[in-house]
Design a protein around this ligand. Structure first.
Ligand SMILES: [Zn+2]
Length: 273
């Protein structure tokens, strides 16, 4: 039975900050709604290469999207490509680099920002190009897309954690507080989504160091959270799962019931089991 998936990609969120500052997520985990996994990002720990990794399963050296200045459509098959080709509805409330990877590059805000196009990989979308576009608005845009278009796969991708991390570093009250705020925005909808039967994945592309950057190999730059919530994951409560960042795409494809050739994590969810 195919699931619907909501994929929340909190840009630049360190694993430890997620664990310590996100009480709404913690409440779901304490209730037994799913599992908190530790994931190490692929390298380099940069945004565009890791959007591509999360959404196609290809690491940066494989995809060729090796830094943020590679501006072109992805050459890999993304979750959006597979889902839309197999008759599913796709949607995204996301930073404009996601539009460039899967819809159209280079991004033109006049034509590419608001999308309703059944022939596109991302069929329904509100994109933004401002790093300080409020995360709360990103969630509002996403919930509008969910209610209006009933997508099978919805990407929600706020940017303020990364933006504040660059300004103040990850060992700052400002960074921790923006994470706490995003946890509240998530709480507006999270329980309703779970009650409605969605599988919800919350993760990050990379972390953030104390210098206000990322891209290197420090644990604080590479260690990101992966929270799996929903009926597919309730039996995994408390387990220490080993999941690679390159396997998250396959997990999404499996949840969506898509035909695919992506790598899968062991012991998490196989739709054909
Ligand atoms: Zn960044």
């Amino acid at each position: 039975m195919p699931n619907k998936v909501i994929f929340v990609l909190l840009d630049g969120l360190c694993q430890q900050t997620a664990r310590e500052c996100m009480g709404s997520l913690g409440a779901q985990l304490e209730r037994g709604s799913g599992v908190f996994c530790r994931v190490q990002s692929e390298l380099p720990s940069l945004s565009r290469p890791l959007y591509e990794c999360l959404l196609t399963g290809a690491n940066p050296l494989t995809s060729g999207v090796i830094c943020n200045s590679v501006v072109r459509r992805s050459t890999q098959e993304s979750i959006f490509d597979l889902a839309s080709a197999q008759g599913r509805i796709t949607a995204a409330s996301a930073y404009h680099w996601v539009s460039e990877l899967y819809n159209h590059a280079p991004y033109d805000p006049v034509t590419d920002r608001i999308i309703n196009d059944k022939s596109a990989a991302i069929q329904h979308a509100v994109f933004y190009q401002w790093d300080d576009y409020p995360d709360e608005a990103v969630f509002f845009d996403a919930e509008m897309l969910r209610r209006r278009y009933d997508p099978d796969f919805l990407l929600i991708h706020p940017m303020n954690i990364d933006d504040i991390g660059h300004k103040y570093g990850s060992d700052s009250a400002q960074y921790r507080n923006v994470v706490r705020r995003d946890d509240i925005y998530l709480s507006y909808y999270l329980d309703a989504w779970l009650q409605a039967g969605y599988q919800v994945i919350v993760t990050a592309d990379h972390g953030m160091n104390h210098d206000g950057t990322h891209g290197g190999t420090l644990p604080i730059e590479r260690e990101v959270p992966l929270v799996l919530l929903g009926s597919a994951f309730t039996e995994l409560k408390g387990q220490a799962l080993q999941i690679k960042q390159t396997e998250i795409c396959g997990l999404c494809c499996e949840l969506l019931g898509l035909s695919h050739h992506k790598a899968l994590p062991q012991g998490v969810y196989h739709g054909n089991d």
